[in-house]
Design a protein around this ligand. Sequence first.
Ligand SMILES: [Fe+2]
Ligand SMILES: [Fe+2]
Length: 321
Amino acid sequence: MILRLAHIEVRVRDLGAARAFYADALGFVVAESDPGHLYLRGSEDFETWSLTLTEAVEPGLGHLALRVADPDELDRLERVHRDLGLSVRRVPDGIEPGQGPALRVRGPDGSPLEFVHELEQVTVTGESGVRLPMRRSHLTGGLPPRRIDHVNLRVPDLAGSLDYWQGTLGFSMSEGVERDGAIFAAWLRRKAGTHDVALLGGPEPALHHFAFSLTESADVLRAADLLADAGYARSIEWGPGRHGVTNALFLYVRDPDGNRLELYVGDYVRDLDASPVIWDFPEFERCGRLWWGQPPPPDFQQTTGVNPAWVGADAVLSGVE
Ligand SMILES: [Fe+2]
Ligand SMILES: [Fe+2]
């Protein structure tokens, strides 16, 4: 059983510039670093990191990791993916700091996925007793963002992708948009919130954005102030506004390499067996994409980076069987 989205690897050209943006301006907690990577988390992530920035030639998605409930699940998922004729690779523990053995696959839509059970946790008990991750606010600046929330992907064959994400991986659709009798966009989850992954059709597979949740609505404005005060006013791409789908308040920002980060707060919690909320396309256009706020800029439909075959996938899956 898959539990939720656990972490995402995003590729950046300049790790120093990315660190200034994510850690110094926005307040992501720096867990670890090495010459090619920076490992970050939100203030309420219980795992030591949830966002890896990897230095690379092109920006975009490296991989996204889904946590499974049981280590044996890796064997089952390996069989399932082999049966589907998909590329699989087992990777040993420690390939990322604090990460146990994992299974990496290229999904049928090309998405570079990792399944993992064991992930290092933030230490919450010590000599002075219990200290939850979020009770280190005296050590952080910026917001900081609260925790990893979701990724939004463009996929060339949405119906085929839904078969995989819902049928094979067991994701539940919280909301969908129907156009001409077919699903045009879908918000899928394994956690109780509105989504871990959103899928929209697109000419080629790509990362559209990844999102971290904030603690409260006012943090959306605080994020805009922090970014503008630190010289990143032009990095604010769209928002603040409220989505009709998911009900969330949002601010979309671009990191120095153009990777799109959504800062997000206010979606709801609902049981996984609930029927999805379906919007018809005109209704989605009228108030689903945007309940209130200014319309998105024309560039908003651009995906992050030039990512024709998941730029990161080759590195993630090198040595695939
Ligand atoms: Fe990973
Ligand atoms: Fe989003």
